[in-house]
Design a binder for this molecule. Sequence first.
Ligand SMILES: [Zn+2]
Length: 684
Amino acid sequence: MAFIKKYGLLLLCGQLAMTCLQSHAQSPGNSARVLHPVSFQNVRMDDPFWSPKFKVWNVTTVYDVFDKLEGRYEPDRPDIIKEKEKLGRTRDAFLNFDRVAQGKKNSQLHDGPPWYDGLVYESIRGAADLLAENPDPKLVAKIDAYIDRIAAAQAADPGGYINTYTTLMRPNQRWGANGGDDKWQHDIYNAGMLMEAAVHYYKATGKTTLLNVAVKMSNCICREIGPAPRLNVIPGHGGPEEALLKVYQLFKQQPELKSKMSVPVNGNDYLAMVKFWIGQRGNYGEKDGSHARKSDSSYNQDHMPVLQQQTIEGHAVRATLLATGVTATALETGDRRYALTANNYWNNMIGKRMFITGGEGAIADGERFGPNYFLPESAYLETCASIGAGFFSERMNELEADGKYMDEFERIVYNNLLSGISLSGDHFFYENPLTGNGNKRWAWHDCPCCPPMILKMVGALPQYIYAYDKDQLYVNLFIGSEASFRIGTTDVALRQTTGYPWKGVSKIEVIPASTATFTVHIRIPGWAEGKENPFDLYRSGASGPVSLKMNGHPIPITIVKGYASIKRSWRKGDVLELDLPVQPRWITVNDSVQTIKGKLALAAGPVIYGFESQDNPGLRDLSIRPGAQLQMQYNPDLLNGVNVITGQGQDKAGKQTNFTAIPFYSMGNRQPGDPYQVWILCKP
Ligand SMILES: [Zn+2]
């Protein structure tokens, strides 16, 4: 009954959402097939794997992150404990806004890193998306109070500029000018995160206070940065490119919203600024030295013009967020030059630099991508970098409608994203190496960028389960849910039930309001077809076939660009049933990778496994023979319910010994700091 009720509501919302989305689809220059994620109003998640996790994130994590941004927590890292002893308290990000609102300038007092404003905004964005799925008036009231403090800080500047670090510490170096450095100050990055928070919070609540702040700051940027005589400045940290596009797109879709803003909205200026930023990166100014800026390094992807970059380089969070922005710009403008660069980035990242868990950024120094095929087990792999790669991959799927992008998105989500947060929802990993000893999730970090980034991705996740374009529906993720679409003049709902990732069967009920012809594309993951990686970086062989049934009868599967496509006249009650081979499989690496040559990793479905010392006392000396038999069983009492894989290997002396593997994401939750490994030596 609940479904019928929701279903009716979903269809209604679907009609409303389509009105604004059509204007987007028809924008000039867009290529024929551009996928759209489902808007929040049109999708509801109800899933045995994900829903309990969302409950923890809604009830615990989102409040925990805001409390900690307010400085309300007990530090558990030596650096913060020391800082608390010195300061007499922990850092409070909101005090910075209050100081600026009081008119303070150059006070040389600022709590937290220069990007603390940005982390507040990112948390608001993530919370906004979670609110769209899970209304929570208490949380709205909390965020509204924060927004009032943010707006008060902005009101202290007549031009609408807001970055508390620069105002309080370096007021003469706005945008990193006059000897400053935006890579450190994060003026533009923080502004970008403000814009995204504002757009997402408006979409979730209809409230415009933060949007007004973001528009004022966008206008300030467009007045002060750009072609001469304005300043030649690019963001010191990727991200604002996509963010400013979101502001542009919101007002393009809802022009009547402009009248609710206290300042004029000139969307074309925003789009021009995004193109300027991408165009200037790697271009340092006029040959005669006029309007020039200091050239920067690959750390900030500023080593050569973006449209000439062939590989993904530098700080991995900056790089993946820039790549997301370049992809979003390709989507918006239909300009294939942006798409070419986006493809270069993605192919290099996934084909030569990605870790088996979806981790990105091998090197701690500069938090950067390593060279091709450099995949050491002790790699850095910041949570934020992997999530950035996830956002990037999802955008690539919107651009190219190819399931391989969602394969890698899924790899990130089930592994490196989930490992970043404890099962309790209040402890976090910054680094996610593939071997560890003493690695413990922390309550809060001196650079706590990862928790807000986790909120952003989990908040967005329901939108990515499905996508659509005209008369094409895409099932991208196997997550229990209901969603609604408009196909031509027909309302269509999809209802998915699944036991994924622990079980391989997913049922998708197709419910058109009346009989209609359209295509449903179901992603068939590469791993299920024996293709662990689209570029052969990793290899594996799933042990069973993929099967697809229509109303109980097997149908042949032809996979094109990662999807099995079924075009027919759909009737109410039609059911597709996909069965994926989620039995355990061994993974090996391409011969070009020296560091893990001769080792094996274990996976089942999208989940990568790891071995903890407490389950495997002789872990350091454990080896496995090729083709070792594996058993997998669901244990509802372990780690909130996981499939456990067991088998037999050899100890140091070559004696047979049992081993136990658990999902990578769930490690470090029973005995934090327990030694673990993902790759195990293979000895014939
Ligand atoms: Zn981070």
